[in-house]
Design a protein around this ligand. Structure first.
Ligand SMILES: Cc1cc2nc3c(=O)[nH]c(=O)nc-3n(C[C@H](O)[C@H](O)[C@H](O)COP(=O)(O)OP(=O)(O)OC[C@H]3O[C@@H](n4cnc5c(N)ncnc54)[C@H](O)[C@@H]3O)c2cc1C
Length: 380
């Protein structure tokens, strides 16, 4: 049975978060953009803790109140409506937690998941990308060699969301570079581990409110018990967590697109040129009609991927479709939005300009649009 109706609980949660996103997050995040690169903002950490965002992804036995994936996509959409930067900080935590939930031992879950319920707010990170190209996840130059009962990690990763701020990182490294994907292992690394240093935070045009930096590993020793899953199972875990993450980045794009389309529509209704609101011109109203339709289609793709996750069915193709379509819709909505707003779209601190810059970054993160097409093509 297919139903698009939300439950009263889902609607209640959506409304609560929407109010926060519209009234507090949007103005706050715009103000924050001017601050320059730095660690995760304290105000964001308070929101993560105050809204119990991390408890939504942690099983009850470790102190959380988990939501199903469809409901989590609603949460992500609302947070992103307020700020795609905060939503991306959250998605990185979701990503790291997913890796632990899929492949982690009971001891690893017990040791690390509760750290995210810190009353001051907490985040986690997932370190995959290397200088040689984020699109190639089949081998890594970061290595993890087994010495006695410890793995010794060397190399570098970046850009990594929440670098330098995370309670823990999931790090993918090669323990046998000659074996390609079969040599990949995943590790949970505590945020304060010795042997880890960070580059300065990156200056970037988009997702400025999402801190990213490179992580450098110098003879970082983690006990063998920090290996996630069996030796050589890292590549499979990587694919599984990326599959999950893509749908959530899709919902971030839906939230951003919705904010941009609403902003453009409100403006077009109020802006009077040649004695009538500009929305009276079909050149504007048809564009907004198309974007509104695409927005709904993007959301439905996200919901379908999340529903398949909830049902424990295959969702690789659907998750990539959701990310591909939603990120392109977000980019089109924000770019056209800037055009509709005219000079007001780019002068002064402009929410639409922020949306446009954030949307560009969202087309790259968690696999570019070309990579999503390669995944979809491999499944048709
Ligand atoms: C803001 C931001 C935050 C990020 N956060 C994280 C993080 O927390 N953790 C993490 O591990 N990574 C993170 N990344 C990295 C991200 O996942 C990569 O940037 C992404 O996977 C693309 O890799 P790349 O930038 O190295 O591009 P490359 O892999 O160098 O690709 C360059 C271009 O070539 C294209 N291309 C590559 N192969 C093909 C092909 N076969 N056919 C057609 N085109 C191709 C790509 O689509 C792209 O347009 C982040 C990136 C950004 C922008």
């Amino acid at each position: 049975m297919i139903s698009f109706e939300l439950t009263p609980e889902q609607i209640g949660l959506q409304k609560r978060l929407h109010r926060l996103a519209r009234e507090k997050l949007q103005p706050y995040s715009l103000q924050l953009e001017g601050k320059g690169p730095g660690p995760v903002d304290e105000g964001f950490l308070k929101i993560i803790a105050g809204q119990n965002l991390n408890s939504f992804i942690i099983p009850e036995e470790f102190g959380g109140r988990p939501l199903d994936r469809v409901t989590l996509s609603l949460v992500t959409e609302e947070v992103s409506y307020g700020c795609a930067g905060l939503a991306s900080i959250y998605a990185a935590t979701v990503h790291a937690v997913s890796a632990l939930l899929i492949g982690g031992s009971p001891e690893q879950k017990k040791a690390y998941l509760p750290l995210l319920l810190d009353p001051g707010g907490a985040v986690a990170g997932c370190a995959i990308t290397e200088e040689k190209g984020g699109s190639d996840t089949t081998s890594f130059t970061t290595t993890a060699r087994l010495e006695g009962d410890h793995y010794i990690i060397n190399g570098s990763k970046g850009p990594i969301i929440n670098a330098g701020c995370a309670a823990f990182y999931i790090v993918f490294a090669s323990s046998d570079t000659g074996r390609g994907r079969a040599g990949i292992n995943a590790f949970v690394v505590p945020g304060n581990a010795k042997g880890m240093t960070f580059s300065p935070y990156h200056h970037k045009p988009g997702l400025r409110n999402t801190p990213t930096a490179n992580i450098f590993f110098h003879e970082l020793a983690v006990p063998q018990s920090n290996l996630i899953g069996l030796p050589g199972s890292g590549y499979l875990l990587l694919m599984q967590t990326l599959d999950l993450g893509r749908a959530f980045f899709g919902s971030i794009c839906v939230g951003l697109a919705r904010a941009a389309i609403e902003l453009a529509t409100d403006f077009a209704k109020k802006r009077i040129i040649l004695n009538r609101p500009i929305i009276k011109n079909q050149g504007i109203s048809f564009l907004l009609a198309e974007l509104t339709t695409e927005l709904d289609a993007a959301r439905l793709l996200v919901w379908r991927a999340c529903r398949l996750m909830d049902l424990n069915l295959d969702y690789t193709r659907e998750s990539s479709m959701a990310k591909l379509f939603a990120s392109e819709v977000a980019f089109r909505a924000a770019s056209e939005g800037v055009r509709i707003l005219g000079q007001k779209g780019i002068t002064g601190p402009s929410l639409m300009d922020k949306c446009q810059r954030d949307a560009q970054a969202l087309r790259i993160i968690e696999g570019t649009s070309q990579i999503q097409k390669m995944i979809i093509a491999s499944q048709i």
